[in-house]
Design a protein around this ligand. Structure first.
Ligand code: AMP
Length: 223
């Protein structure tokens, strides 16, 4: 099953994407993670992407689609994947449709109030080594500033500063939110209430994926 995670920054796409990937065995592909890695490694792509990322703006479609096309073309994506943070505008959605022969089966739009998003992003910390995501307003780590999973330092993303968060939310409203209509028309759109614990949101997502999986299996069986 191919899954797109829509939803504003801070809605929990990364965390929920990891849980879906673990349960179903699909790779999670986060364009933000791929871009941050390119910036860290100072690759030519990373150098081109960095300034837009620091401003909270979108990186050019051309660069991002190149990354995604290469990644979803790999063997481990044959049975499905979870896209976190892509597509981010209509052009990217159209490009994805042109790469894939069949439309993506499920679009999950995780929704959280704007007030909560700003709060969550200001308390978000990421492990520098293993990428684990923490929200310190919900749960403290065992040792302050240290990752519970691997023991490395926790960092705040540079683009989680208040000014950049404001810009990222503006960009989301202007460029990404129109995708709700785009996918609603295609009939694969599902809105998920993103307030509540990680587990409760994951239960809502799992219920949608189970229904969808049953339908897809049924369709296969009658073919
Ligand atoms: P994220 O980790 O998804 O919040 O992404 C962090 C930053 O990476 C965004 O603010 C953008 O600058 C860039 N980015 C991630 N995904 C995309 C995308 N699909 N298109 C353009 N820029 C992106």
């Amino acid at each position: 099953m191919r899954i797109i995670l829509l939803g504003p920054p801070g809605s929990g796409k990364g965390t929920q994407g990891d849980l879906i990937a673990k349960k179903h065995g699909f790779p999670k592909i986060s364009t933000g993670d791929l871009l941050r890695e390119a910036v860290r490694k100072k690759t030519p792509l990373g150098e081109k992407a960095e300034s837009a990322m620091l401003r909270g703006d979108l990186v050019s479609d051309e660069l991002v689609i190149q990354l995604v096309q290469e990644r979803i073309g790999r063997r481990d994506c044959r049975k499905g994947y979870v896209l976190d943070g892509f597509p981010r505008n209509r052009e990217q959605a159209r490009l994805l449709d042109s790469i894939e022969k069949q439309p993506v089966e499920v679009v999950l739009d995780i929704r959280v109030s704007e007030e909560k998003l700003v709060e969550r992003l200001s308390f978000r910390r990421i492990c520098a080594r293993c990428g684990s995501i923490y929200n310190l307003s919900m749960k403290a780590t065992a040792k302050q500033g240290i990752c519970d999973s691997c023991g490395d330092d926790l960092l705040q993303r540079q683009d989680d500063s208040p000014d950049v968060v404001r810009e990222r939310l503006n960009v989301y409203r202007k460029k990404t939110e129109p995708l709700v209509e785009y996918y609603r028309k295609k009939g694969n759109y599902h809105r998920i209430e993103g307030d509540g614990t990680v587990e409760s949101v994951f239960q809502r997502i799992s219920a949608v994926l189970e229904r969808k999986g049953t339908k897809l299996n049924h369709r296969e069986a009658v073919r």
